[in-house]
Design a protein around this ligand. Structure first.
Ligand code: ADP
Ligand code: GLC
Length: 480
């Protein structure tokens, strides 16, 4: 184990998770370690992480960081065995919510990014120092700036964009409290339309940039770039899309303890009890032949859930059950709840975060709808494929890279794994829903063929981990 990498980020499944970032932060380091890379993680010392990583040893005391009081770096281990550094600053990180709202947000994450840079430059005081600091999303994206502005010698840096929609934009008067020099507040530094941009800083100063699918890596050079497309085009030679994977230790219907009963590709009829149990759990009519379509999603504008709401009459008219699990935007929550109240026999809605129910939805529903306007990678469609719920997705980002539309040709050639539509409109979604329903009702053998193919897809982490390793090695060998 000689290549040393420090991963810094805000989520870690199953302890601190808001979305796919938590899954990636848990699975990718594990896959890299299996390739012989010495990966360690840095996260805030949320209570759940302190408990999970115990016993803990204090390895660094950093004094008052960014007004959050005495900061210490603790070292423990994730259950998967990887060493885990925790930034202990109770004034900043006293709950398990990764993004607790509050005016201290920029300083809180500034402190985390600064600590990542410090660990990168000086090591942990116990003899461990990384060759590369790999940061994830805006919260830690200042680390490459601290390192580049601090001069050589320094570790190399990689920034992974999981979502360009969240950029961490704050008033410029935070520059000094964050310990950034006034001179970097300019368009080719951390300035973004008069604001201080955390993600922008990372895109400017990181040695390499990755994002989570090849299609998203292309899309963000254009309108999906959220105002950063010019900079991304400039840095395109340093940008690469690497598709996320699925952690087979967690996401395997044959061994999943959260399912009522295991099933597998070889024993597909065993999937039916999961559907009936799900219908029962959700208060829907238990009916093997009634199609059950589902949603597992953050309720955010990028997810395109309004397109599903526009199609509620379709579910009613066609006799299709709809099961929705998610939380977020209050207006979307209210609209879905209203739909469930209006059509309790047809629509079931659970607002909240429920890991167990998410597994039962992938394992019990016939289809999973992901009509995202933008989707950097998307993991729910990958889990759905693995669990035999056919994905109905919009052709964007990682959705376009992972689901093969059931066109007559792809179906004939045995390549189809789901249903893909192009335009972000209710009509385009309806057309895909019609195609899915028609296959389900009229050509059920073909539906089952698609299910088998979906479940047989290999979206494991080994291949992506190899691509990251290749990128690290090329970066360390390069002269720039
Ligand atoms: P994003 O990161 O944009 O939210 P992804 O598809 O990459 O989208 O990842 C979403 C992850 O969060 C998946 O693991 C999914 O199962 C999970 N998830 C989303 N919403 C919920 C919820 N309400 N309850 C349980 N798990 C959820
Ligand atoms: C982000 C994206 C999602 C991606 C996840 C993990 O939250 O919205 O598409 O799968 O990060 O990379």
């Amino acid at each position: 184990m000689n290549l040393r990498i420090l991963f810094a980020g805000t989520e870690l499944f199953p302890f601190v998770k808001a979305g796919g970032l938590g899954d990636v932060m848990a699975a990718l380091p594990k896959a890299l370690r299996a390739l012989g890379v010495d990966v360690r993680l840095l996260l805030p010392a949320h209570p759940a992480l302190k408990q999970a990583a115990a016993p803990l040893e204090t390895v660094l005391t950093l004094g008052d960081l960014m007004g959050g009081g005495e900061a210490r770096v603790l070292l423990g281990r994730c259950p998967a065995g990887l060493p885990l550094y925790l930034l202990d600053q109770p004034a900043f990180f006293h709950t398990d919510a990764p993004y607790a709202p509050g005016g201290d947000m920029p300083l809180r994450f500034g402190s985390l990014a600064w600590t990542a840079a410090h660990l990168g430059r000086h090591g942990d005081g116990q003899g461990w120092k990384p060759a590369i600091v790999h940061v994830h999303d805006w919260h830690t994206a200042l680390a490459p700036a601290y390192l580049a502005l601090g001069g050589e010698p320094r570790p190399r840096t990689v920034l992974t964009i999981h979502n360009l929609a969240y950029q961490g934009l704050f008033p410029p008067d935070l520059l000094a409290p964050l310990g950034l020099p006034a001179a970097c507040f300019q368009p080719d530094g951390v300035e973004f339309y008069g604001k201080l941009g955390f993600l922008k800083a990372g895109l400017v100063y990181a040695d390499r940039i990755t994002t989570v699918s090849p299609t998203y890596a292309r899309e963000i050079l254009g309108p999906a770039g959220e105002g950063l497309e010019g900079l991304l085009r400039l840095r395109n030679g340093r940008l690469r899309g690497i598709l996320n994977g699925v952690d087979g230790d967690i996401w395997n219907p044959a061994t999943d303890p959260l399912l009522p009963r295991p099933f597998s590709l070889e024993d597909l009829p065993a999937r039916l009890p999961a559907k009936l149990a799900l219908q029962r759990e959700l208060g829907l009519r238990e009916a093997p032949d009634t199609p059950l379509f589902s949603v597992v999603s953050r309720f955010a504008p990028q997810k395109g859930l309004d397109l599903i709401l526009e199609n509620l009459p379709w579910f009613q008219a066609q006799g299709v059950q709809l099961a929705v699990l998610g939380q977020g935007d209050p207006d979307l929550e209210a609209r879905f709840l209203a739909a469930a109240r209006l059509h309790p026999e047809r629509v079931a809605v659970r607002i909240g975060f429920d890991e167990g129910l998410s597994h039962r939805l992938y394992g019990g529903a016939d289809a999973l709808l992901v009509p995202s306007r933008r989707e950097p990678c998307g993991l729910t469609q990958l889990y759905a494929l693995r669990y035999g719920a056919l994905p109905v997705v919009r052709a964007t980002g990682g959705l376009a890279d992972t689901v093969v539309d059931a066109t007559p040709e792809a179906t004939r050639e045995g390549r189809a794994t789901g249903f893909v539509f192009g335009e972000a409109s209710p009509g385009a979604l309806k057309e895909a829903l019609d195609r899915a329903l028609s296959l389900y009702r009229n050509r059920h053998d073909t539906w089952v063929d698609l299910q088998r193919r979906a479940m047989a897809q290999d979206f494991g982490w080994t291949q992506p981990a190899r691509q990251y390793l290749e990128l690290y090695e090329a970066l360390l060998a390069s002269v720039d």
